[in-house]
Ligand binder design. Structure first.
Ligand code: PRX
Length: 658
């Protein structure tokens, strides 16, 4: 894999603005001042086992204490807090109820049509227990995988917590994925049950989730799935199979609201979450109980530092890791009020986000750069017309944020009154890895700043050696951390090879390769440059180019396909596909539409190509590898630079240029 610095970063590194934490922010922050951050970094470095061990004892409830903090004797397979027994739903619910917080609000939920629910910790606890008992009644026990394919409704969080209560790992599949994509994930994880809804609201439309589940399960295509549990949300008509299907509103309320939490080993699986890599098949990232819980809990506390009576809102969907760690587990483990919003800004309600902030008096707001860039484009008059004065901290996640968008966010949404935290992390890291701590670390627009305490991040070359300041390289993490993924479900070889053996330092140590390029400036600040592998980031959604290529090639008219990302002002990247057709197939508008629809059916609407270009041949090396670098330049209308001597047939390039 060659390292190709993007032009974007050249401008970013000349960014000279620095924003120090204000005295107000410093005085109200738990981690206040750079020295405090440095002390934490130093103590994590000098005695990591003590640092993480103390944190685990202080922040989590243990039914039985752990014996070792980290077992790294068989790298890259880490074991954290071995011997300990805990339960994530206990940490998120029982302990708060027992500590007198039962009447405090755990979840404020607002539905797309405007319906609102406020759920206290006590109520959430009881709902989770009932759901856990319902799952038991339909035969789910410890170790059985439960798939969720749900809209953004409280039942999604309830189901996740119910799974963790009985030790059944969950696998949440984003509701925007197609039935084909759902089927692959159900089969790969060997799910026993699917929890879904009749339908979900998405941009003024209804998506028929149950129909997609039926289609995924058709003809016994997922033989491990025995039952389907359905929440009634949109009340649309569904087909109901009495031998397999259960209504949530019939099964769950009838259960007892007492359910003892399963005593889980620290390393028992908590969930599997599929994400895209550089092969055609998404990988099931495995996270385990104690380490993940601690990491989601600690990072949430360090970065967002939510005070009593404050309201926190993350706009992600629970189908992604951001929803797992920062809508459900991080906030609830800390006993905070977390907002769940089913809607998204849409033409019929472009001010949806600002309305939610105004209505619920949100204090901490966490969203994606793509949303900020879209708002920026439509001007400040809309956000200016809302009362956003409750805000005190703004966060971004999911993709690089350009300095202009960062500044706009701070000025227009934060009214120059809120620190902005740009948080870098991944599905694999479980929680944030590089981010400002708002009371301690000065920010620079476009930089995720410094690694959190205990995280030894670096930028290295292909030999695994650290590169100089300002030089581009691969972003790596040099020590294990509690929230790290433990393996790829069913494919430990892939885990070892793609994350830990891609870069092998001479001393033989294991470093985690994130798949991102980065630079560090003279202050040691990290500037993330985006993926260096065949993964693209479209509106904060991570997609494998090979996944989209496989989808295209599975169409009868397509012979070959190559997919690349093209820089996009709002979405970060857009999808451009180069396609050669099978035999006598003719290029028509209808076929173009059909191909786009085919990708939507195979993967989901997030993977629909923005542009498809037909060509007679793809540029390949003599050994038959597609030269994506050339296609990337062509897609963005740039001059094809660099070495083309390995190109097998130079005419192909000329044709593509035309
Ligand atoms: O390329 C990085 C980008 O998103 C990738 C991880 O995607 P995913 O696993 O879907 O998780 C997204 C939510 C954590 C990374 O490899 N990314 C994430 N956050 C940032 C980012 N790129 C730049 N800056 C960020 N703050």
């Amino acid at each position: 894999m060659s390292f190709e610095p993007s032009a974007r970063i050249e401008t970013v590194l000349s960014e000279g603005r620095v924003f120090k934490p204000s005295s107000k922010v410093q005085s109200t922050s738990t981690i206040s001042g750079f020295e405090k951050y440095q002390q934490m970094v130093d103590s994590a470095k000098s005695d990591p086992n003590k640092f993480w061990g103390d944190a685990a004892l202080k922040e989590l409830h243990w039914f039985e204490p752990f014996e070792t903090v980290l077992d790294w004797s068989n790298p890259p397979f880490a074991r954290w807090f071995d011997g300990g027994k805990t339960n994530v739903s206990y940490n998120c619910l029982d302990r708060h109820v027992l500590n007198g917080k039962g009447e405090e609000i755990a979840i404020i939920w607002e539905g797309e049509p405007g319906d609102i629910r406020r759920i206290t910790y006590k109520e959430l606890f009881m709902e989770v227990c009932k759901t856990a008992n319902a799952l038991k009644q339909i035969g789910i026990g410890k170790g059985d995988l439960v798939a969720l394919y749900m809209p953004m409704i409280p039942e999604a969080a309830i189901a996740m917590l119910a799974c963790s209560r009985i030790g059944a790992p969950h696998s949440v599949v984003f509701g925007g994925f197609s039935s084909e994509a759902l089927r692959d994930r159900l089969n790969d994880g060997e799910a026993k049950v699917v929890i879904t809804a009749d339908g979900g609201y998405r941009k003024d439309k209804i998506i028929s989730l149950k129909k997609a589940v039926d289609s995924a399960l058709k003809n016994n295509a997922c033989p491990t799935v025995n039952s389907v549990l359905i929440v009634q949300r949109t009340k649309e008509k569904i087909s109901f199979n009495p031998e397999r299907d259960y209504w949530w509103h019939e099964l769950v309320p009838a259960q007892s609201s007492e359910c003892s939490p399963e005593y889980m080993d620290s390393e028992d699986r908590l969930f599997v979450l599929y994400t895209s890599g550089s092969t055609g098949k998404p990988k099931g990232v495995v996270h385990t109980t104690a380490g993940y819980n601690l990491w989601a809990h600690l990072t949430f506390q360090w970065i967002f530092d939510v005070k009593k009576d404050e309201i926190y809102w993350c706009t992600a969907d629970v189908g992604w890791i951001t929803g797992h760690s920062y809508i459900v587990y991080g906030p609830l483990s800390n006993g905070v009020t977390t907002v769940m919003y089913e809607g998204v800004p849409r033409p019929s309600n472009p001010g949806a986000f600002w309305e939610v902030i105004q209505k619920h008096k949100i204090n901490i707001f966490y969203t994606a750069p793509t949303a900020i860039r879209a708002f920026m484009k439509s001007g400040r008059s809309l956000p200016d017309s809302y009362d956003l004065s409750s805000l005190r901290l703004l966060g971004t996640v999911g993709e690089p944020i350009n300095p202009e968008a960062w500044m706009w966010y701070m000025e227009v949404i934060g009214r120059n009154n809120c620190p902005v935290v740009d948080t870098w992390w991944q599905t694999e890291t479980g929680g944030v890895m590089i981010s400002p701590l708002p009371g301690a670390i000065p920010t620079k627009p476009g930089s995720a700043t410094l690694p959190l305490p205990g995280i030894e991040a670096d930028v290295v070359n292909a030999d695994g050696d650290s590169v100089n300041e300002q030089e581009g390289g691969y972003l790596v993490v040099k020590r294990p951390w509690p929230g790290m993924m433990r393996t790829v479900h069913g494919d430990s070889k892939r885990f070892r090879e793609s994350y830990w053996e891609f870069l092998k330092p001479k001393d033989g140590s294991y470093v985690y390769f994130a798949g991102d390029g980065a630079r560090r400036d003279i202050d040691g600040y990290f500037w993330i440059m985006g993926r260096v592998d065949d993964v693209i980031n479209v509106s904060g959604h991570r997609l494998g180019t090979m996944e989209i290529e496989s989808a295209l090639v599975s169409h009868a008219s397509v012979a070959e396909a190559a997919v690349v990302g093209r820089s996009d002002e709002v979405k970060g990247e857009s999808i451009v596909a180069f396609v050669t057709l099978e035999g006598s197939n003719e290029l028509t508008d209808e076929l173009l539409k059909d191909l786009k629809m085919h990708v939507v059916n195979e993967i989901g609407v997030i993977a629909r190509p923005d542009e498809i270009r037909f060509t007679n041949a793809l540029p390949k090396t003599r050994s038959g590898k597609i030269m994506r670098r050339l296609l990337r330049s062509l897609a963005s209308g740039e001059e094809v630079k660099g070495d083309t001597s390995t190109l097998e047939d130079k005419n192909v390039l000329d044709e593509l240029r035309r």
